[in-house]
Design a protein around this ligand. Sequence first.
Ligand SMILES: CC(C)(COP(=O)(O)OP(=O)(O)OC[C@H]1O[C@@H](n2cnc3c(N)ncnc32)[C@H](O)[C@@H]1OP(=O)(O)O)[C@@H](O)C(=O)NCCC(=O)NCCS
Length: 154
Amino acid sequence: MDHVLQPVQPSHFAVIAGWLDSPAATLRWAGPGVPFPLPADAFAAALALPARPGWALLDGEGTCLGFGQYWQTASGSTHLGRIIVSPQARGRGLGRILMTALCAEAVRHTDAVQLTLKVYRDNPTAVALYRDLGFVDIEDASTPELLFMACGTA
Ligand SMILES: CC(C)(COP(=O)(O)OP(=O)(O)OC[C@H]1O[C@@H](n2cnc3c(N)ncnc32)[C@H](O)[C@@H]1OP(=O)(O)O)[C@@H](O)C(=O)NCCC(=O)NCCS
């Protein structure tokens, strides 16, 4: 089935929010300041859309199965965040498709020379995926809990 990454639409907000099952999961995904549950009408403001563009991964029938955002940080550096795949759809390669497409959009729209992200060290699926896509550990910018990773775009 073909998947496509498109700008997130308000009709996706409740679907994405529904993938979060606890305050702890919400905090790990979004950082502090995002409520649980996350009401659809608070979604855009809580995630700083559209200043931090949000993208939805859709299947061939238009069902939203993944989400991620990016935003510019330092000059030439674009940060990826809030990356998530529907719990029912994990382990089937969609995380890889989502990340590959999100990186391409981030480069296209921000002219980034470097992409960065933060990931909890105890999230081996995500860490392995990001390493496989070319992200490397930046220990100087990391904490005991959170690994900071970067990937050049040249
Ligand atoms: C991280 C996440 C986006 C990955 O999505 P996914 O669709 O499950 O990932 P994929 O199926 O593309 O798998 C990516 C790699 O992880 C590995 N993997 C998948 N499921 C795994 C599991 N249960 N345990 C260990 N590794 C696993 C696979 O080896 C795969 O590599 P491969 O393509 O070489 O086989 C998804 O698990 C998720 O949404 N997690 C909750 C939110 C989150 O943690 N986001 C990351 C914030 S930084």
